[in-house]
Design a binder for this molecule. Structure first.
Ligand code: COA
Ligand code: ZN
Length: 299
């Protein structure tokens, strides 16, 4: 018999980082802060607010320091920021970040294009970042990009995914986010690769991060639920993409995820109507309709 579905899950809202990093127009810091405040008011418990990457690499997130200092003062939300190296960590610590995310990938070519390092080099750099973060009382998530399909190399070996996840956990991350960066996976890929990873790693340590390029993201979440996963990333309105991954489109839309979880009867703590308020605020500023089906239905 299949494992019963979890009763509750945690959604990690990545719109302010994964979503906005791909927007070509600069969005004023005040709009981003208002967006994050509205997200926090919707019941989301985890929000990735920004990234301390090189401002020339991702100009859209050059205001990371100011974003962090203007985050809502609330204990009900854990805010995090993406950090690519020691320089990024120094900047993050200087403004009081309490949780960071580091990122590598399961495919060599993608890692090279994204952060100009081999996977092993990135693990060495991140080993130092993770150690320094933890000794400053900062917890760390580790993203593993391109876990199913790489835009340059094609199908990714599940053994490579497991190896990178295990190394990150040994280095001190408390969670690995197994990511389908270009949104190409199907539920069978999730059962195959994530199922394999879960033979060695506890499911509480694993989050799933899907993009919806081919419309399979919700089906992939359902495969994850069947495996017992309880942490899923999503992006308000379905914003998103990675500038270094050709073909990567928006993340799974948080509204669509919340609708499906509500309908199944799985508690996420997120109020769909209030979430739509956040997405509408941003859509209004961007002057376009965001891809989320539920957002369009509610508008
Ligand atoms: N924040 C601000 N400045 C940074 C920085 C950071 N995180 N990392 C490096 N720099 C500065 C260095 O201080 C140095 O400045 P200097 O020339 O004035 O001394 C300069 O950038 C070059 O440093 P270097 O270590 O060679 O970095 P790089 O230019 O090779 O950049 C990355 C490497 C990874 C930091 C950069 O490519 C990056 O931020 N990429 C973003 C990747 C990303 O966000 N992808 C999407 C998420 S999946
Ligand atoms: Zn992503």
């Amino acid at each position: 018999m299949a494992t019963p579905l979890p009763e509750r899950v945690c959604i990690v809202e990545v719109g302010p980082r994964d979503g906005l990093q791909n927007e070509p127009e600069t969005i004023p810091t005040g709009i981003k802060v208002a967006f994050i405040e509205a997200l926090a008011a919707s019941g989301l418990q985890r929000i990735e607010a920004t990234a301390f990457v090189h401002p020339k690499a991702i100009p859209q997130l050059a205001d990371a320091g100011e974003i962090v200092t203007r985050l809502p003062k609330t204990d009900s939300v854990t805010f995090s920021a993406l950090v690519p190296n020691m320089k990024g960590l120094e900047r993050a610590l200087a403004c009081g970040v309490k949780r960071i995310a580091v990122f590598t990938a399961a495919s060599e070519t993608f890692t090279q294009k994204n952060i100009q390092m081999t996977i092993d080099e990135s693990l060495t750099v991140f080993g130092e970042v993770i150690t320094a973060a933890r000794s400053a009382g900062v917890s760390v998530r580790g993203y593993v990009s391109t876990c199913f399909v790489c835009p340059y190399e094609g199908d990714v070996d599940k053994a490579d995914v497991l190896r990178v996840c295990e190394r990150l956990l040994e280095l001190g991350v408390d969670e690995v986010a197994i990511s389908d960066t270009i949104g190409a996976a199907a539920p069978t890929d999730v059962l195959h690769t994530v199922g394999f990873v879960l033979e060695s790693i506890a499911c509480e340590r694993v989050a799933l991060h899907f993009h919806d390029t081919y419309g399979t993201a919700l089906a992939n979440v359902f495969a994850g639920l069947q495996l017992g996963i309880t942490t899923f990333d999503a992006s308000a309105g379905g914003l998103g993409g990675c500038p270094y991954a050709p073909g990567a489109s928006g993340n799974l839309a948080t509204e669509d995820l919340v609708y499906m979880l509500d309908r199944i009867g799985i508690h996420s703590g997120v109020d769909l109507e209030r979430l739509a308020v956040a997405s509408r605020l941003l859509a209004k500023h961007l002057g376009r309709t965001l891809p989320s089906r539920q957002l369009q239905r509610l508008s």
